[in-house]
Design a protein. Structure first.
Length: 170
């Protein structure tokens, strides 16, 4: 175990000749199969939670057995400045009319050079909520719209992340 005050990554950093700083969250890109969606200013919901079922066994008083149940992910919420590109609105309207297509997509995290360093794939997504901008006559802020996507799960291809890291020289 490293001593207090010692950077455990110092040796790795010096051997590789490059700092291993955490990635910043503001460099990202969202790709949705076959949709020109533009850039997004915010992405929320990259999360997976596994239900835990507790079972008390008779005669065992020092602990409760805990078993993993199904896993689920919340909806993805994508926010962006309102533009003339309305493909997300049209996709949502198709859902409202009962004719929709589920789409796969990815959220790519980029490094400072705007090279993907990792990503999360979501599958079988469709829009379940669209929010228009808050309009205020006395404000000069950007009009922001958001779309909420229900999906059937997230995955993060670890082999691809390692490949990208090697390609970037890390």
């Amino acid at each position: 175990m490293p001593a207090a005050g010692v950077n455990p990554f110092a040796a790795v950093t010096s051997l590789l000749g490059e700092r291993l700083d955490p990635y910043r969250s503001f460099h990202f890109l969202v790709e949705i199969e076959g949709l020109l969606a533009g850039g997004f200013s915010e992405c929320q919901g990259l999360s997976v939670e596994t239900e835990v079922h507790e079972f008390r066994e008779g005669g065992v008083n020092n602990h409760v057995h805990r078993f993993a149940g199904p896993s689920r992910s919340p909806n993805l919420v994508l926010k962006r400045g309102l533009t003339a590109i309305d493909t997300l609105w049209e996709w949502h309207q198709d859902v409202v009319r009962g004719r929709f297509r589920r789409r796969n997509g990815s959220v790519y995290l980029l490094d400072e050079r705007r090279v993907p360093v990792t990503w999360w794939d979501f599958r079988a997504a469709y829009p379940v909520r669209w929010n228009g901008p808050d309009l205020q006559a006395g404000s000069a802020s950007v009009a922001i719209e958001s779309v909420e996507l229900a999906h059937e799960g997230l995955s993060r291809p670890m082999a691809a992340s390692r490949l990208l890291g090697r390609a970037a020289g890390i």
